[in-house]
Design a protein around this ligand. Sequence first.
Ligand SMILES: *[C@@H]1O[C@H](CO)[C@@H](O)[C@H](O)[C@H]1NC(C)=O
Ligand SMILES: *[C@@H]1O[C@H](CO)[C@@H](O)[C@H](O)[C@H]1NC(C)=O
Length: 497
Amino acid sequence: ICPGRGFPSILTVCGMAAVWQQVLAVDARYNAYRTPTFPQFRTQYIRRRSQLLRENAKCGFEPGLRRHYLRLRSQLLALRYGPLSEQSSFRASSVRSSRTTLDRMEDFEEDPRAQGARGHRRSVSRGSYQLQAQMNRAVYDERTPGALVPTSVAEASRAMAGDTTLSENYAFAGMHHIFDQHVDSAVPRLQFANDDKHLLACCSLDGTLSIMILSPSPPSVKVVLKGHAGPVTDFAWSLSNDVIVSTSKDGTLRIWNTEDGRCIREVRDPEASELLCCTFQPMNNNLTVVGNSKHLLQVVNISTGKKVKGGSSKLTGRVLSMSFDAPGRILWAGDDRGSVFSFLFDMATGKLTKAKRLVVSEGSPICSISARSWISREARDPSLLINACVNKLLLYRVVDNEGTLQLKRSFPIKHGSQPLHSIFCPLMSFRQGACVVTGSEDACVYFFDVERNTKAIVNKLQGHGGPVLDVSFNCDESLLASADSTGMVIIWRREQK
Ligand SMILES: *[C@@H]1O[C@H](CO)[C@@H](O)[C@H](O)[C@H]1NC(C)=O
Ligand SMILES: *[C@@H]1O[C@H](CO)[C@@H](O)[C@H](O)[C@H]1NC(C)=O
């Protein structure tokens, strides 16, 4: 039982639970090496380990003892299979097939001590959650320009949602599934499809992308997109999910049919430079913006494969990240020298006009930018979330129509050099607070409440074997996906009872 959190649980934020998750993480890292001739036992093994560790965590062992156990366990595994600290240095191709379905991991009995109040509260939380998802869609669709928050509705619905806290709402307990089809190379980006909670894609430095489906069970790789001749750096789903665009260090932008995995079009960079990031114009999916290693930002018409006249601009460094605001009027782009530029986008012509520049931290790469018009239901508060290799996740307020940014607050994470990404939670909560999620170099996924002044950390997930590079929520927030530098993709399931 975790003292002082008002929520007795096996959750990760408290010390004891953290240790059992670390033990599971160590076991998960070595899973590909177990029973080389009987891969079907690996799933069973990890499931059983999870069950036992969870059960034991309730017995209240002294945390120091558990940490000692963790050290011993790591040493024994390293003796048995070799050290794993040098990521993917010796992963044999024969170990690739170990997909681990952990879908029944959450079916174990609750701690009886926690049963009463919590069991009841949880069931309330679940019902209201579905209601929340529906109302969210009906009333607050961000894609409807000018839609305003009707405060009375928000208050009424919060009352219906019950008195649940953000921590309870974002309690992700178990791993649902592990994908390891890219296990020798980093997976820099992953993203759930729009309005489809079981469809997900990721790109890899191995030169491919994969589209995965999580239902019907067991989850599987639907199709692998093959064609790039170099690491795939970024990709984006079109609004209707029929098309994916991707960028690669091979100097091409590719457009893929997501049904059959066919490459529909290949657009070469005129400067033959590495392409590092891409995004769709949210209001016109015929237009994609691409950033390259020669500091250039370029609007491309994907119906024709041609550059849009007036649709290019130079940054001060390699273009690493970008994001449109929801109406598609402002585009922010970040480079590896620490600058974020805002551009005004002309919808009729596709022209870009440079507006503002912010130096976040001179020389620190801007790895990730995410824009959001509403931070919570309380007020319109356009915001930008930035990862900039400064050991912090940064939250900015957008203060005018030209995209000027003002630092609102920051959250500590481990971030020195890896291309880490972060996101806003897709649904606006009826509860107090608003949530953001980020990867981190300490192999954890962090949830922060942007409106809580102290103890902003809401949850922390452990299970990755290397820096967590990207995270993505599905549309109803029932699943979270995270990807790391060792190529592992973990699907986490929201705790429901
Ligand atoms: C994209 O272009 C095609 C014609 O090539 C047009 O039919 C379609 O409406 C356009 N889509 C958008 C979102 O503008
Ligand atoms: C993109 O190309 C299509 C097909 O030629 C054309 O209809 C459309 O107007 C173009 N869009 C822009 C913004 O140039």
